[in-house]
Write a protein that binds this ligand. Sequence first.
Ligand code: BG6
Length: 492
Amino acid sequence: MLEAFDFVIFGGAGDLALRKLIPGMYRAYCNDELPEGTRIFGTSRREEDITQYHQKVRAAAEEHLREGEFVAEKWDQFAKCVHPLFLDIANHDENWEKMAETLKAGNKQRVFYLSTPPSVFGVCCKHIAESDLISPTTRVVVEKPLGYDAQSAEAINSEIAEYFEESAIYRIDHYLGKETVQNLLALRFANGIFEHLWDAKTIDHVQISISETVGLEGRAGFYDGAGALRDMVQNHLLQLLCLVAMESPNKLTADSIRSEKIKVLESLRPLKGDAVKWHTVRGQYVAGEMNGESVPGYLDELGKESTTETFVAIRAHIDNWRWSRVPFYLRTGKRMEKRCAEIVIQYKDVSHEVYPSSAGPLSPNRLVIRLQPEESIQMVLMSKNLEKHDTELLPVALNLNLAETYKHFVSDAYKRLMLDAAAGDPSLFIHRAEVDAAWAWIDPIIEAWQRPENRPLAYAAGSNGPEASEELLSGDGCHWFNIDDLLPEGKG
Ligand code: BG6
């Protein structure tokens, strides 16, 4: 059972803390998942943040929690365990000493959450160590971006490793905390039927797509230096790819899962030089329309010239026995038509068509795992149209609608991961070797993108990305799948 712990958020008045971390802790409190006596500390070096800390976190929670979740009385009770700390991470002064005294007096399990730019990870860990706050059970949670390439990631990881053992470092990828992502493991490894339908013999290709409707969201400084490949593909999309493609771990332990994921990352066929142009598409949104409203382009939002991509599509291959010649299409973009994160496993066509063409075209079977906006798992099958005397075949879906089944459950990836870190369960966190392997695949793509012919292509805000992204798939005889387009009304 989880015991009371001290949770220190460096960058406690920052965007992530206010939008996700503190609201996540409040959800844990409301679900009785926060042991009594737990203390949450939020640091800031701005004095005005500290004096107004409680007002600030409350206003953010009211704004970011879902409808009906914010209950003033509950919040007031919860807020008693939230403590602001005035502290400059870079200056190991008396404020650090005060914090150390408070934490030592509490004598609880400690988790330090570095919700700061990675440039201060090293100095922050150093000061935690110099304040004598690292015990054998102390953990440090670090947020992405872990570097901009393999070399900078290595430097950041080495800095943290000077003070914390690898087993105490919890690298977050919040996609791993999403319930449907974990359900993907359950689907694969708690059911017998899929193992026989999970390889190059049966699967035609896999699509993993995360489309967002948001634009820069006030993060221009960070985003323009990163772009969609570093921000989304290097971590979230590759993690999802690993969970789809990995072999069954011997046990469900962090080490077994991670070693299977690393094998997948290491089997990714390198994309280098000229190959990058043929297997990747970069895009940048220009002004367009979303929900009937005009939306500015990326450069207008940014206020300067830039060749940073806000959209990526990639055709990847995993060179191992199971996935030989099965393309994995990855796609992500900002300011897309719809917000949707989805994994589509497309099976091969039937080996011999017995139905006459009058029965209509056959759609291949597809397993569609939707992570958001709603969580569901659907299997698209062909079936006879019951309303017709003559045989007419139509796609229908076996639908496991998790959002409907768990009506009152509010999925919160950050809450889950923070509690896992407090409980010392690293299964859903990233090992250093995974970070290295992911960058090893990403770096040559970034390098090739420096060539003038690989500048991002324009796509209108509110669209599905550049035309070239459709062509990437149509050249292979497929297309980006949208279950809503396929299923006739009422057949889902
Ligand atoms: C973050 C990226 O890691 O994930 C953001 O930095 C992105 O740019 C976000 O918007 C998407 O997360 P979610 O859970 O909203 O799909």
